[in-house]
Ligand binder design. Structure first.
Ligand SMILES: Nc1ncnc2c1ncn2[C@@H]1O[C@H](COP(=O)(O)OP(=O)(O)OP(=O)(O)O)[C@@H](O)[C@H]1O
Length: 359
């Protein structure tokens, strides 16, 4: 993960697209070598952002500039998709089924007027890079999901684009393949000297692959920055959900935060009167009852179990509020304390795990 904030941008875009009731309004700047992940709920505008950069959806207003050259400035200039220096990888790869893998990878070069001999040589190089040399003569139908993803990446990189656009590049893969291909993709992206914009629903893909996250909700950027920062200090409920955090807004006075939805949390320090607090489900301990020596501990209250679901190797329990709370317990604790919906428990949040910030 690299900080590219001091570098000249490859892409500078003010993307405004009107589509019926939906309005996309996103400013994006991506530096050379930088990998930006666009995250957001369904219908937020991620794919439309990518399509606008690729020239597949025209801007309503705004501008898309790459290396100082306007690619889209409505009523003034529009560079056709084929004339934009872009490599694209789609969720379903869109390989040409009737062509060999080698011809698929060479396709972009051929379309740009490179000779058959030279484009074949370049395709062989990229097939070697992604580990697909032995499949050069196969048709896409004979490839596994992971191999098809590698072929699609080789095809996108073969034209040496300034800009790589990836739309859910790992979504079609099963969990095991996804882990392997994610690692490979990460190495290829680190070597890529242009700018990368990737759409994903998966926070893990975003954390592992991207230098910077841009979260879009309802056509607007709601938070952008380093993945670690966004994972600790989410600005919206959607991001908190994605990162698996408890998040509340409230008013602070003298170390007490009165939560807007009810309940109080005590914090060590607060940066303002109006704050957001967040902490992971692992920050809360559950006990059947308060410790007898501990009459009134801070950040502790009685609550009722509302539901539970298996989450990797822990059970994530939802407690009724206020404040409503996610808590992780082991399967053994869950069984021992009989944490079925309706069970009463005593919960205690570790103060040093509560982050208190402004948005
Ligand atoms: N072909 C279309 N015609 C009209 N409106 C569209 C069209 N495609 C998308 N939209 C509108 O644009 C909005 C953004 O869609 P977009 O596909 O960019 O979202 P997204 O964030 O990529 O969602 P998803 O995660 O579901 O792919 C949608 O809410 C929809 O209202």
């Amino acid at each position: 993960m690299t900080d590219h904030s001091g570098e000249a941008p490859v892409v500078e875009a003010r993307i405004r697209v009107d589509r019926g009731d939906f309005r996309l309004d996103v400013d994006l700047s991506v530096a050379a070598g930088e990998i930006v992940a666009l995250l957001g709920p369904n219908g937020a505008g991620k794919t439309t952002t990518l399509r606008a950069i690729a020239g597949l959806t025209a801007l309503t207003t705004g501008v898309i500039r790459v290396d100082g050259r306007d690619w889209d400035r409505p009523s003034d200039r529009f560079v056709a998709p084929a004339d934009r220096s872009i490599g694209m990888v789609f969720q379903d790869y869109l390989l040409f089924p009737h062509m060999t893998i080698r011809d698929n990878v060479a396709f972009g070069l051929r379309a740009r007027g490179v000779t058959a001999k030279q484009s074949g040589k370049t395709a062989d190089h990229w097939l070697d890079v992604v580990g697909l040399s032995t499949h050069a003569a196969s048709k896409p139908g004979g490839l596994s999901g992971g191999q098809a993803q590698r072929a699609a990446l080789a095809r996108a990189l073969a034209i040496e684009p300034r800009l790589l656009l990836l739309d859910e590049p790992l979504a079609a893969l099963d969990a095991g393949t996804r882990m392997v291909i994610r690692g490979e993709l990460s190495r290829h992206l680190d070597r890529f000297s242009g700018a990368t914009v990737m759409v994903t629903h998966d926070p893990l893909d975003a954390m592992i692959l991207a230098d910077r996250l841009v979260v879009i909700e309802a056509g607007r950027i709601v938070q952008s920055g380093a993945p670690a920062r966004i994972a600790r200090e989410p600005h919206t409920d959607y991001i908190a959900d994605l990162m698996g955090l408890n998040r509340y807004t409230g008013s602070h006075m003298d170390g007490r935060v009165e939560l807007d939805g009810g309940g109080v949390l005590h914090v060590d320090a607060a940066p303002a009167d109006r704050v957001t607090v967040a902490f992971p489900p692992s920050a809360t301990r559950l006990r059947p009852a308060p410790h007898p020596d501990d009459a009134n501990p801070p950040n502790a209250w009685h609550a009722t179990v509302a539901g539970a679901e298996q989450h990797a190797h822990t059970v994530r329990v939802t407690l009724d509020g206020p404040p409503r709370l996610l808590v992780d317990v082991t399967a053994a604790q869950f069984a021992e304390w009989d944490l079925r919906p309706g069970a009463r428990v005593f919960c205690e949040v570790a103060a040093d795990e509560i982050r208190c910030y402004t948005t």
